[in-house]
Design a protein. Structure first.
Length: 80
């Protein structure tokens, strides 16, 4: 049977993504969605913290987690 348990690193990423989302998105997410806009500074901060491109190979500047490795990261942000 395949073990789908999260590694400590994945758990830490989820926690960091969730804390970031809970701290940054609650007051602005509805407006962004309703107006179909986004905040450049918030996007930049998301990039600087490494939440964008986690599935991209390291040789191209990403974290190299691959598609399935990135799911916990995006889940942490989306669930917030």
């Amino acid at each position: 049977m395949t073990d789908f348990s999260l590694t400590k690193e994945q758990q830490d990423i989820i926690k960091a993504a969730r804390e970031f989302a809970q701290g940054e998105f609650p007051d602005v997410a509805y407006e962004f969605d309703r107006n179909e806009t986004f905040d450049q500074d918030l996007w930049r901060k998301t990039c600087e913290l490494g939440f964008v491109g986690v599935y991209i190979d390291e040789k191209y500047g990403g974290a190299g987690y691959g598609f399935f490795g990135a799911l916990p990261d995006y889940g942490g942000i989306l669930i917030g």
